[in-house]
Design a protein around this ligand. Structure first.
Ligand SMILES: [Zn+2]
Length: 607
C-alpha cells in the first residue's frame, strides 16, 4: 500500500485515514461450516446496477446433506491494514435450494449460517453497495466497476481456504474485463486455485483504456479508467517508467514471479492524493488528476510492483497465512512497506527514471519527514498500523523503514567490502522462506543480514534503531558511501502550504516570528499570486527561490491573498533561512566509498 498527495508539502502520513476506524470484531469463534464443494461465484455488473452503485452476487455450491453451512465475508483486504467488515455493504441476503427458500441467521458481523434441506446445490444471493472509491473496496460509475474479492466472495468458516472456484462476470457485451485472474476459456469465466488467490485478484469491468507490453519477458497490462484521461504522451511516459522500473526489481530476486501483471489505474477528481494497493500479479491505483504525470507516479508504480515479491510472496510469518476475520498485528511493516519503498527509489535510479541527484533527493525527503516527526520505534509504528494512531507517527514506517533499508544496505556493503548487499538478503530469504512455502521469522531475517555481512552482529542495530528510538547515525553511515548532508540558505516565507483541488495553495501553518507572520498572513488564507505570478500549486515555491535567491535581505515581496471572499494585499519582507538538507556527493570521498556507492546505485557487488 502507498498513499501520498503528489506535489504537496503535507506529509505522506497525514493522508492515510480514508476509512473511519471501526470497532474490532469480538473474538468469538464462529461455528464450523459443513463442507461445501464446486464453488461458483457470479457477479453481475450491469448498467442498471452500476448506476445505483450495486453489484449482485450469486454463490452456488454443493452440500452433502442438511448440516448448517456457515459463510463469511472478510473484514479487511490484505495490504490495507484496517478493519472494514465488508459485510456492512451487503443487502438483500437470501439462500435457496431449487425453489425452496432456506432459513438463515447471522452468527457474527461477517458471518451467515444457513440450513440446507437436503444434499444438492445451494445458491446464496446478495447485493453489494459499491460506492467507496478505495483500492481495497468496491466502486461503480455508470460505465465502470472496481471490485475486490474480499468484498464479494464468501468463504466457509473453519474449513480450508484451499478450494478452487469459478468466477463468472455478467455484464454488458461491450464492457471490458481486466483482472489478474486466469481466464477459463474464451468467455467471461475465470478460475482461482484457492481462496487466497481468489481475493487477491481485483476486477475492472466496464469501459476503460487497456494496452499491454512485454517487460522482462512477460506481459504487463495497463488498464486505466476513465477512457481518454491517461492517454497520449502521459501514457507513453508511464509505459517508459514501468519498463524501466521492473527489470532492476527482477534482478534483486532473480525471477519474474508472474505470468502476466496488470496495473489497474483509476483517475477521479473526488480523490485527494495518490494511493496504490498491491497484489501478487496486479495492483490498483487511485489518483487525483493532478497525480498523473507527477514525480510521485513512478514511485507508486515501482513500490506497488516490488510488493509482488516483498509482502505478496516474501512475507513475515505473522502474516502467513492471511486471516480474513481479524487484524494480524506485525512488527515487520518496516520491511514489507518501508524496504519496499527503498527499492522503489533504487528501481528509479537503477532504471534511469531519476539520476543520482534524484535518488539523493528522494532519500533526503524521507530524512526530513522523520526529522519533523516525534521519535518512534519502527516495530511500534508497524504494530500501530491497524489503529491509525494520532500522535504524528501514523504510517511513518514507510519513510523510516525505507531509511532503515538504506542504512542496512550501506552497513552490509561496508562489512562485506561490497561483496554483498541488501539485495542478497532479499534473495536469500525469498529462496529460504517463500520458496519453502512459509513466512520469515525474526531469526531468519537477522540471520540473513548477518550472513550477508561476514557474520557481523546486528543486535545493537536492532536495539537502537528498530526496537528503539535513537536517531539514525547519518554522519557515520553517509561517510561509508561518500555522501554528506548539506543545507543551503534559501528565501523562506515561513508558511506550510497545501494545494487546493480547485487551484491555488492554502496556507496551513505559519512559523511564529517568520516574514509571513510579520506581514499578517493567516492560516486558511489562499495565496493567489506572488509578485504578480499566479501560485498555481505548491511548486511555485521553487519559482520563489529562483525569483528572489539573489535579491538582498528585506526586499519587499507583494503577495495577493484570498481570505474568505475578500482579496488582501500584503508585502512580505525577503528573509533567508536553511532549506531542508540535501544529500550531496563528497568530492573528497575515498575510492572505496565511491565503489560502495556505485554498487548501491547500480545494484552491483564486487566478486
Ligand atoms: Zn506498500
Amino acid at each position: 500500500m502507498l498513499r501520498s498527495l503528489a506535489g504537496s508539502v503535507v506529509a505522506l502520513a497525514s493522508l492515510c485515514a480514508l476509512q473511519p476506524g471501526l470497532a474490532q470484531r469480538v473474538m468469538t469463534e464462529s461455528p464450523v461450516s459443513a463442507p461445501i464443494s464446486g464453488v461458483r461465484y457470479e457477479v453481475t455488473a450491469d448498467r442498471a446496477g452500476l448506476t445505483e452503485h450495486r453489484l449482485h452476487v450469486a454463490t452456488t455450491f454443493g452440500v452433502a446433506g442438511p448440516a448448517p453451512v456457515v459463510l463469511s465475508l472478510p473484514a479487511w483486504t490484505p495490504g490495507a491494514y484496517e478493519i472494514v467488515n465488508f459485510a456492512r455493504t451487503v443487502s438483500e441476503f437470501g439462500a435457496v435450494q431449487g425453489t425452496d427458500s432456506l432459513r438463515w441467521d447471522k452468527t457474527d458481523y461477517d458471518t451467515w449460517r444457513l440450513w440446507p434441506k437436503r444434499a444438492g446445490a445451494v445458491t446464496v444471493t446478495f447485493d453489494v453497495t459499491a460506492d467507496t472509491l478505495d483500492n481495497g473496496m468496491s466502486w461503480t460509475k455508470p460505465d465502470f466497476a472496481l471490485f475486490n474479492g474480499t468484498n464479494v466472495f464468501l468463504y466457509p468458516e473453519g474449513r480450508s481456504t484451499d478450494f478452487a472456484s469459478t468466477v463468472v462476470i455478467r455484464t454488458a457485451p461491450d464492457f471490458l474485463i481486466a483482472t489478474g485472474m486466469t481466464r477459463a476459456g474464451e468467455g467471461r469465466t475465470f478460475r482461482a486455485a484457492n481462496y487466497h488467490e481468489l481475493v487477491d485478484m481485483p476486477f475492472f469491468v466496464g469501459q476503460f483504456d487497456l494496452d499491454s507490453a512485454v517487460v522482462s519477458g512477460k506481459q504487463v497490462r495497463l488498464a486505466t479508467y476513465p477512457r481518454g484521461v491517461f492517454a497520449g504522451a502521459m501514457r507513453a511516459t508511464a509505459w517508459d517508467q514501468i519498463k524501466r522500473a521492473i527489470p532492476p526489481e527482477v534482478l534483486v530476486f532473480g525471477e519474474v514471479p508472474w505470468d502476466s501483471y496488470t496495473i489497474m489505474h483509476i483517475t477521479d477528481s473526488t480523490f485527494a492524493g495518490m494511493s496504490g494497493l498491491e497484489h501478487a500479479n496486479s495492483h490498483v491505483d487511485v489518483t487525483t488528476p493532478r497525480g498523473n504525470g507527477s514525480d510521485f507516479q513512478p514511485s507508486l508504480f515501482a513500490h506497488e510492483i516490488f510488493h509482488a515479491w516483498n509482502v505478496k510472496r516474501l512475507r513475515p510469518a505473522d502474516l502467513v497465512p492471511y486471516r480474513y476475520d481479524r487484524p494480524q498485528e506485525t512488527g515487520w511493516l518496516w520491511v514489507s512497506e518501508g524496504i519496499t519503498d527503498y527499492y522503489a527509489d533504487l528501481a528509479e535510479v537503477r532504471g534511469g527514471i531519476v539520476d543520482t541527484k534524484g535518488f539523493y533527493a528522494l532519500t533526503a525527503g524521507k530524512m526530513a519527514e522523520i526529522a519533523n516527526a516525534p521519535p518512534f520505534a519502527l516495530e511500534d509504528a508497524s504494530l500501530n498500523a491497524w489503529i491509525k494512531v494520532r500522535d504524528g507517527t501514523d504510517a511513518l514506517y514507510y519513510p523510516k523503514g525505507s531509511l532503515a533499508g538504506f542504512l542496512l544496505d550501506v552497513m552490509i556493503r561496508d562489512a562485506s567490502d561490497n561483496r554483498s548487499s541488501l539485495d542478497h538478503v532479499m534473495r536469500d530469504l525469498y529462496a529460504s522462506t517463500y520458496k519453502q512455502g512459509r513466512g520469515f521469522t525474526p531469526d531468519e531475517w537477522w540471520g540473513a543480514v548477518r550472513r550477508a555481512s561476514n557474520g557481523k552482529s546486528y543486535d545493537e542495530f536492532y536495539r537502537r534503531y528498530i526496537d528503539g528510538r535513537d536517531p539514525y547515525p547519518w554522519d557515520e553511515a553517509l561517510k561509508v558511501i561518500g555522501l554528506r548532508m548539506q543545507s543551503d540558505s534559501v528565501p523562506r516565507m515561513g508558511v506550510s502550504l497545501r494545494p487546493e483541488e480547485s487551484g491555488g495553495v492554502r496556507v496551513m501553518e505559519i512559523v511564529p516570528g517568520s516574514p509571513a507572520a510579520g506581514a499578517g498572513i493567516k492560516g486558511g488564507d489562499v495565496i493567489v499570486s506572488v509578485n504578480e505570478r499566479p501560485a498555481m500549486d505548491v511548486f511555485f515555491a521553487g519559482g520563489f527561490g529562483a525569483m528572489y535567491g539573489t535579491k538582498p535581505d528585506g526586499t519587499q515581496i507583494p503577495v495577493v491573498l484570498k481570505r474568505d471572499s475578500a482579496t488582501v494585499n500584503v508585502q512580505v519582507p525577503l528573509r533567508f533561512g536553511p532549506a531542508p538538507p540535501t544529500l550531496v556527493e563528497d568530492p573528497a570521498a575515498s575510492p572505496r566509498a565511491v565503489r560502495l556507492r556505485n554498487g548501491l546505485l547500480h545494484g552491483t557487488t564486487d566478486k
